[in-house]
Design a protein around this ligand. Sequence first.
Ligand SMILES: [Zn+2]
Length: 161
Amino acid sequence: MLLAGAIDGLQFAHDGRELRGTIGLADLSRLAEMSCKTSGMGYFLRGCLNPAGKPSIEVRVEGSLELVCQRCLEPFDFVVNVDVMLELCNDIGGIALAEDEIDRVLAESEMSVARLVEDEIILVLPQVPRHEKCGVEELVAQQQRVSPFGVLAALKKRDGD
Ligand SMILES: [Zn+2]
């Protein structure tokens, strides 16, 4: 597993730095606790000024996570493809009060890259993970389709007696 380390948020933004790498489950403890699995999530961080001229960090995350379907309890792959711009903010109160569409994060001199990446992954995870077409639902649908014939067959059998 690669260690993702930390960045100085404001310096990273003002210097227009870039950082890319792969982060494994060992550094994504909250995802691991949620029973997610991954062979590694690719990330790309870029420091910049947003259109309002505020220091910001663009966070891109790409990869595949294995989640557990809450309907049939079988694993399935969930593709993550995130690209967000986070404005660095100096006080947490300002973040809470902001009413615009800008995503903000508290500017710190030691910002964990793993936490930045993991936060964005968690935001796009489904609240209740499940297959788009879950096998359990198909099975139920099949049984519903089959049952009228089953009844018919039973009736025919009774007629024959
Ligand atoms: Zn399922």
